[in-house]
Design a protein. Sequence first.
Length: 98
Amino acid sequence: MTIKQILKDLESAKRPIAKVLQSGTNFKVIAIGFIKNMILDDHKTDISAKLVVLEGKVVYKEGDKMVMLSQYEETPIPAGVIHSVTALEDSICLVIKG
């Protein structure tokens, strides 16, 4: 799966498109594509991670905390904490786990 394929799949998507780009014993890299106003609903990760915006603008929500992220900005995602991501623009993000 490539980021170009995610962009193509987004043309007809109703929800964010998330695909594993690379994985190994202790890590995983996931690309997530959003169209403006799409929401990646509340969920949690089993290991700590980092959200990196490659393109666009998103809001990362964790409890009462909200972080607006633009291109090339990043935020940590703690393990076991419920969080969500909302796209303010068409966006491509990476989640790096491990």
